[in-house]
Write a protein that binds this ligand. Structure first.
Ligand code: SAH
Length: 218
């Protein structure tokens, strides 16, 4: 057990240096959060020793935990200071949720697959990141009107923004998501202006699992 701890801590440090710092992640709060969150606790035990490798990994139900760099990149694009209310669509295993929990006031995260929703709840508790996290099983396309407006929204499945998200984003708030049709996504960041219009920036090409409608099993 003790030796395992060393293994994961070294792997995590290497991930920070080789995958994040070397590729331009420079928000010190993001780097600190990713140096703190035990990513291996969010991956099922057969794959655990690969938790810090430079790739996405399966988490069950045909879904994946995003590559560390992509988690860092999207989180950095949110430019969080610590006081924000953040909506996350696509909880998956809860890793991105855990990173966000270190960087903002409260995270509201929605997952459409019941077994992953439950898995994320267990993982977040185990990793001691649950205190400022609210999880919901449902269709994230509807957002979470009870807690709107949000200062930031992050979508971790690829598709097109829903009207509900754009409405539930507060003035000055940012939404970061992989946009596009199946398999060909582009990261986009939009900021809501005081007049209700959006400034938008198209960024990296990427590939995510698809954003799907309704509650389901796949
Ligand atoms: N951030 C997660 C990524 C998981 S993959 C992690 O690091 O583990 C994306 C997740 O989005 C999947 O679990 C998928 O089931 C979920 N998803 C897709 N469409 C959704 C929707 N409409 N509402 C909520 N979750 C959705």
């Amino acid at each position: 057990m003790h030796q395992d701890g060393h293994f994961y801590e070294r792997a995590r440090r290497r991930m920070i240096a080789q995958q994040l710092l070397a590729r331009g992640i420079d928000d010190s709060r993001v780097l600190e959060a990713m140096a703190t969150v035990p990513r291996h606790l969010f991956v099922d035990s057969p794959l655990r020793r690969r938790a810090y490798q430079d790739s996405a990994l399966p988490i069950g139900e045909g879904q994946t935990i995003s590559q560390p760099y992509m988690v860092a990149r999207m989180t950095q694009l949110l430019a969080l200071c610590g006081h924000e209310k953040v909506l996350e669509i696509g909880t998956g295993c809860g890793y991105q949720t855990a990173v966000l929990s270190h960087l903002c006031r409260r995270v509201y995260s929605i997952e459409r697959i019941p077994s992953l929703h439950e898995k994320a709840r267990r993982n977040l508790r185990h990793a001691r990141c649950a205190a400022n996290v609210m999880l919901k099983c449902g269709d994230g396309l509807l957002g979470w009107p009870d807690y709107a407006p949000f200062d930031a929204i992050i979508v971790t499945a690829g598709g097109f923004a829903s009207h509900a998200w754009m409405q539930q984003l507060g003035i000055g708030g940012v939404i970061v998501m992989p946009e596009g049709k199946a398999g060909v996504h582009r990261l986009v960041r939009r900021r809501k202006r005081a007049d209700g219009a959006f400034d938008e920036e198209y960024l990296d090409d990427c590939t995510f699992v698809p954003l799907l409608e309704g509650v389901g099993h796949r």
